[in-house]
Design a binder for this molecule. Structure first.
Ligand SMILES: [Mg+2]
Length: 123
């Protein structure tokens, strides 16, 4: 079974390189960006199955990136990974806007994230 292709967008370089290492080691194709604008370019170019995304980033933030990605065809599934917490309000709003899932940062289980990515990609 082919593993889902991933694009990860997060302004924390260390976090993004940790994700890259984890998924590359397990045979996934993962491209990363530390800015929303670059992330959107990558999504257009690579047409990934799943996008992992931070919410708070300088420049275009996750909210805006979600809207832009959702307007693309094909439109990948989006999984937010963020430390931002306002008692679940933003989480509910993003899920309503079409995000597939929402993980708290720091990630407690990369295995669980991996399973969610595979579910999101329908495999
Ligand atoms: Mg951030």
């Amino acid at each position: 079974m082919k593993k889902p292709n991933i694009v990860a967008i997060d302004d924390e370089a260390e976090f993004i390189s940790m994700l890259k290492d984890y998924f590359e080691l397990r045979g996934y194709n993962i491209d990363v960006a530390v800015r929303g604008a670059k992330g959107i370019e990558l999504v257009k170019e690579k047409k990934p199955d799943v996008v992992l995304m931070d919410l708070k980033m300088p420049g275009i933030d996750g909210d805006e990136v979600l809207k832009l990605i959702k307007s693309l065809n094909p439109s990948p599934q989006i999984i937010f990974i963020t430390a931002y917490d306002d008692g679940g309000k933003t989480k509910a709003r993003l899920l309503k806007m079409g995000a597939y899932a929402y993980f708290d940062k720091p990630i407690s289980s990369l295995k669980e994230l991996e399973e969610t990515i595979n579910k999101a990609a329908g495999q």
